[in-house]
Structures are given as C-alpha cells and as structure tokens.
Write a new protein. Structure first.
Length: 259
C-alpha cells in the first residue's frame, strides 16, 4: 500500500446526508447555488496551482440542522459550521472556521462506488464511532478501494488502508504513538515516492531531499538521526477490488536502503 495515497493539497469535505451515488460529489441533489459555490472553490484552488479534493461526509446518527465543512491544507485544518447550504455563499474558506487540532477520522463507505467500501468501511466506522465519537465521519470515495477500508486522518493528511474493524483499537493506539505504519498508504500532502519511502523506512522525520533518478526510480533521504537514504523503484501490478476486474496500479518496491 505504501505510496498509494492520492496527492492532495487542499481537502474540502462538506456534509451531505442524502444517499450517495457512485460519483456523489457531481451527481447529487444539492441546489444550484451550492453547486456553483463548491465548483468555484475547487476552481480557485486549481488556479492557485493546488490539487484540491472534494468529499462528501456524514454522520448518520446526527439529528440536528446545519452543515459542517472541513478545509484542510498542509498548514492547517479548519471546521466551518453554517445553518444551511445557502449560508455557504457567505463563507470565505481562507479566513472562516475554527482550527482543528485533534484527529478527525473519515472512513470511505460509498458502496455505490465500490462494494468493498461499504462492506468493510461501515464496520470500521462503527468501531471508530464507539471509541472516538463525533470525531469520525463517513466519506465518499477517497481512491484505492482495493485497500478498503480506507481512513483519512486530518489534520495530518494521512491515508490508511485495510483498517478493519477488529484492528481499530490497535490502530488508534499505534496512531497515538506515531507508529501506525502497518496501515499507512501515505500522507496525501506528500508526493508518492516520499509516501512509499516512509512506509519502508517507517520514519516520520522531515525529508531532506528527493531525487528522481528516472521516471520509475527515486532516491529519498530523511533528515533524522540516521539520515535514512532510500532508493525506490516502481512497477505495475494488477489488483482487483470486490466488484471489478484486476486493474494496473503503480506499486513501489525498495531497491536500496542505507542508514
């Protein structure tokens, strides 16, 4: 799984409770003004050279009015609460909202996109709900359903895979100690080569350098006590999910490691 998280510079996660279709963020019943506002926010992000990702989120247990919105970048995660979708039109996502410091969990449960997401994601959501309460949300497709159940953790921006319900207590314990590498697909705020290198070296240290040796070979050096130096190679493997045929995916392998 290492190096498989989609690179994202700006997460935009908005509460939407009705049924999610296969491509929920574009095929939904939001009113025209809310759709235009969301499209504008995504376009502004792209114009700044960012890679935005729009997600729908929900807590089925929630029974109160209002809409919650999370905006996450490498610098900060903020939470915005408004009374209705029409109220979004007055929100400035660069200024409004309260900072979020405690981990927020987003579990992909969109079974209309892939059966694995609902089959495995819903039990994981329930297990997390028991242990972290309102800090967990269901979310639409995050990419990589072959690694379901997938969990995005903000503000870190980390994406984890195969976090099955029975390992949730262990996952939370390892996450709290900074050692949840067994489930780590990568930080969405980093390039895939660095994501993969972290998985192999199991390091949370800052990156000193990334050198592309060719299109499928990278050298990544971490700025830690050991100055871990990793050479990665990439190849294509065929991987299937619950309801589809095997598809080619980029898989990273460890070619060299020096400490």
């Amino acid at each position: 799984m290492a190096g498989s998280a989609e690179q994202v510079d700006r997460w935009l996660l908005i509460e939407y409770r009705p049924t999610w279709r296969a491509k929920a963020t574009t095929d939904n019943e939001l009113n025209a003004r809310a759709r235009e506002w969301l499209a504008d926010e995504v376009e502004k992000s792209v114009a700044r050279g960012e890679r935005p990702r729009l997600q729908f989120i929900r807590q089925p247990e929630k029974d109160e009015p209002g809409v919650t919105l999370f905006v996450a970048t490498p610098e900060a995660t903020r939470r915005v609460r408004v009374d209705s979708y029409d109220a979004l039109l007055g929100v400035d996502l660069d200024r409004h909202g309260e900072p979020v410091a405690e981990p927020q969990f987003f579990v992909c449960t969109n079974g209309q996109r892939d059966l694995c997401c609902a089959r495995f994601g819903l039990p994981t959501y329930a297990a997390l709900r028991t242990l972290v309460g309102d800090a967990v949300w269901q979310t639409t497709h995050v990419g990589g359903h072959r690694f379901a159940p997938n969990v995005v953790v903000l503000p870190q921006g980390d994406v984890y895979g195969r976090v099955h319900a029975e390992v949730v207590p262990q996952f939370l314990a390892e996450l709290g100690s900074g050692n949840a590498f067994d489930w780590l697909r990568g930080s969405s705020f980093e390039v895939p080569a660095v994501q993969a290198a972290r998985g192999f070296v199991r390091s949370a240290a800052a990156v000193r350098s990334v050198v592309a040796m060719n299109a499928d070979r990278f050298r990544v050096t971490f700025d830690d006590d050991a100055n871990a130096d990793v050479v990665l190679g990439a190849e294509e493997l065929a991987v299937a999910s619950c309801d589809d045929v095997p598809k080619p995916v980029r898989s990273w392998r460890l070619a060299e490691q020096r400490l």
